[in-house]
Design a binder for this molecule. Sequence first.
Ligand SMILES: CC(=O)N[C@H]1[C@@H](OP(=O)(O)O)O[C@H](CO)[C@@H](O)[C@@H]1O
Ligand SMILES: [Mg+2]
Length: 542
Amino acid sequence: MDLGAITKYSALHAKPNGLILQYGTAGFRTKAEHLDHVMFRMGLLAVLRSKQTKSTIGVMVTASHNPEEDNGVKLVDPLGEMLAPSWEEHATCLANAEEQDMQRVLIDISEKEAVNLQQDAFVVIGRDTRPSSEKLSQSVIDGVTVLGGQFHDYGLLTTPQLHYMVYCRNTGGRYGKATVEGYYQKLSKAFVELTKQASCSGDEYRSLKVDCANGIGALKLREMEHYFSQGLSVQLFNDGSKGKLNHLCGADFVKSHQKPPQGMEIKSNERCCSFDGDADRIVYYYHDADGHFHLIDGDKIATLISSFLKELLVEIGESLNIGVVQTAYANGSSTRYLEEVMKVPVYCTKTGVKHLHHKAQEFDIGVYFEANGHGTALFSTAVEMKIKQSAEQLEDKKRKAAKMLENIIDLFNQAAGDAISDMLVIEAILALKGLTVQQWDALYTDLPNRQLKVQVADRRVISTTNAERQAVTPPGLQEAINDLVKKYKLSRAFVRPSGTEDVVRVYAEADSQESADHLAHEVSLAVFQLAGGIGERPQPGF
Ligand SMILES: CC(=O)N[C@H]1[C@@H](OP(=O)(O)O)O[C@H](CO)[C@@H](O)[C@@H]1O
Ligand SMILES: [Mg+2]
């Protein structure tokens, strides 16, 4: 470690005095102008992690669905997954060290993690389309080079594409080729094969309107579209040519406001979807003949996918264990449908995809989705091998189903939730099953629900248990919630401190929108009173 060089370069990426940031659910995220030193230091950290794991590590510069002025950074571990929790702590320490303490913190991390500093390091970098991203990714590169690491800068990429690259590079190309071209080819080949097998859907089903949140998804989908145009034609909206990133559009806007994005004209019963700013989330929606908006969120996507996979397994005659992983935000109707109608076991984890991803790895086939549309399906190596064999050995109908499953496996991005990959999976399933968007929506009816935010002095006063569904502290809060929930039918409510914003989130659902709204409001008041609310008391009405 050339400590002299590190100190010299670090001074060029100086940390603003007193600024403290946390490596949160999705890495560091804040106003772009506060992030230069964090980027440089994450370049350093990625080199240490790469040396320690003897693998390629990824660094993604993005702030996903946040406003255009924000930015962020996260590290991607060897198999394309999120950074290990112990390294999240190192990331926080390193990002917050004052200039004069930097060297010591770097040495501490190296010693604690037994990093062999003589080991080679390789880091791959990607960035989204924010105006600040190019310069910030250059700061990451500065950090990588000053510690003697080698790197490949992919430039503009969706977040899941970067996860894919890392996974490919660390598995000797078995997962796919670590190029954008390789990504397009792998997914498109699987998709076109699948749609060729679809007999029951006419051309009218094969087109889709896509709101790209004025982000990277637009660029990448445009590059990719001709690879799969045989199976699907996409019409892009909010492609970044005029609107602002994530402003009044994108998956997060559509899900949280439960209304269509601006800048997209929707005719009744047309199938539409929205990506978020870095294209790792997707939600679907349509207007019915009466002009009512219908949202099809991550829960319904998980239901469509898991029911299709289950049907294929039955046809092939394989009894593999399949599980669905959700968070407390999953609509109660979806959980009930999965468990009672589909007879699929459902598990609930804490919020944040890393928790869902890890749980999903426990099954032969694990399908995980957050209600907001971030998710994918994971297949164990044994399952992949078994299905490949079946696709060659079995007879006729069974072989056809095995072949279909083989292609579906290839179509999923198993490194991370991926809007483009999920979109193609959904389109393939709808085509193969001959389902319209309305028929898909009709699988079950969502319980009306409401999400609210409450400002408190210190959100850490709220601690939770049971996958965040019950509050342990402050005293009396859970009892108050229990009493309120009892007043409504089919009701459920919980509160938790957000991991990405300085707020407490309140979630409520009940048998009518009015009840869900009332319950959410009453729970907000309880939080305000018992957990140190600040500012104006929560007001009714939305
Ligand atoms: C209710 C909700 O949607 N929460 C989001 C949000 O986390 P919070 O910890 O709730 O702020 O951002 C996370 C990162 O993008 C995402 O994983 C999660 O689902
Ligand atoms: Mg995102």
